[in-house]
Design a binder for this molecule. Structure first.
Ligand SMILES: [Zn+2]
Ligand SMILES: [Zn+2]
Length: 267
C-alpha cells in the first residue's frame, strides 16, 4: 500500500534520540514516503542541555515542532536549579507544548510525591504560557484525574499521550475536554491491551490523536523492534477501525486535531 496521498502527523515522538544516530535522515525519509509528514518532537529531558538540543533539533528540520518538560522518570534526578531555564525555553515561540510530564506509578522511577509536584508545576507553567500540556500517565489514572480536574480542566489544553487506561478512564478524560493519543499499544494482541483498543470508541473524533512514541512501542507487525514514525500507519489502521472511520478520514481528523491543540499553522 502506498500512502503518498495521505498526510499524518506523529503527535508524539523522540526522533532526536541517540537510537536514530546511525540512520536519522533515512528514517525521516521513510516517514515522508508513507505520508507521516509532520512530527511533534517531545522533550523528555533529564538535563537543560538535552532540552535545548531537542528545540534546536526541531528548529533545523521543516515540519517538526518541539516540546520541553521533565519526564516523570527523571523527576527525582533533575537539578531543580534548571527549572527557571526550562520555563524560559518553554516560552519560546518554537516550543509548542509543555511536557512530557505526569505520573508513572508503574516504573516508580521517582518518588510519587516528587512526580506530583513536578506535574503540578508543569500545569502551572502551561497555564501561564497558554500552551498545551502533554501528560504521561501510567498506572496512575485516578491520581492524574484528581490533579488534572483541579488544575488543568477548562484552563489548559491537555493531551493524555500513549493512552493505557480503560474505556471508563477514556470517557472521564474526554468529558474534561482532553485529547487522547493512541500509540502502537492498540495493535498489541492480548487482554490487557484490549481495553486500550476498546477505549478508542469512547473518545469523540474531535479529541483523537495518534502517535508512535518512537523509538519505543513499535506497533504490530514491528513489535519488539525499534519504532519509527513510518510505523504510525500501522497504528492508524487499528485506531481508524475502532473509531469507525476510514484511514483517510482518521488521518484528516487527527491532523486537524493536532493542529488545533498545538496551535500549528498549515505548512
Ligand atoms: Zn511518555
Ligand atoms: Zn514520550
Amino acid at each position: 500500500m502506498t500512502n503518498t496521498d495521505l498526510h499524518f502527523i506523529d503527535s508524539h515522538c523522540h526522533v532526536d534520540a541517540s537510537d536514530f544516530d546511525d540512520d536519522r535522515e533515512a528514517m525521516l525519509a521513510r516517514a515522508e514516503a508513507v505520508g507521516v509528514r509532520e512530527l511533534i518532537v517531545v522533550g523528555a529531558s533529564g538535563s537543560i542541555e538535552q532540552a535545548r538540543k531537542t528545540v534546536e533539533f526541531a528548529a533545523t528540520h521543516p515540519n517538526m515542532y518541539a516540546t520541553v518538560g521533565v519526564h516523570p522518570h527523571e523527576a527525582a534526578k533533575v537539578d531543580e536549579s534548571w527549572w527557571p531555564a526550562l520555563c524560559e525555553l518553554a516560552a519560546k515561540p518554537e516550543v509548542v507544548a509543555v511536557g512530557e510530564t505526569g505520573l508513572d506509578f508503574y516504573y516508580d522511577s521517582s518518588p510519587r510525591e516528587v512526580q506530583k509536584r513536578w506535574f503540578r508545576d508543569h500545569i502551572e507553567l502551561a497555564a501561564k504560557l497558554d500552551k498545551p500540556i502533554i501528560c504521561h500517565i501510567r498506572d496512575a489514572h485516578p491520581q492524574a484525574l484528581e490533579i488534572l480536574e483541579a488544575h488543568a480542566a477548562g484552563r489548559v489544553k491537555t493531551i493524555i499521550h500513549c493512552f493505557t487506561g480503560s474505556p471508563v478512564e477514556a470517557q472521564k478524560y474526554s468529558e474534561l475536554g482532553f485529547y487522547i493519543s493512541f500509540s502502537g499499544i492498540v495493535t498489541f494482541k492480548g487482554k490487557a491491551t484490549r481495553q486500550v483498543r476498546e477505549s478508542v470508541s469512547c473518545v469523540p473524533h474531535g479529541q483523537l490523536l495518534i502517535e508512535t512514541d518512537c523509538p519505543y512501542l513499535a506497533p504490530v507487525p514491528k513489535r519488539g523492534k525499534r519504532n519509527e514514525p513510518a510505523f504510525l500507519v500501522n497504528t492508524a489502521a487499528v485506531v481508524a477501525k475502532e473509531a469507525g472511520l476510514s484511514v483517510e478520514e482518521l488521518a484528516a481528523i487527527t491532523v486537524a486535531n493536532t493542529r488545533v491543540v498545538f496551535g500549528l499553522t498549515s505548512p
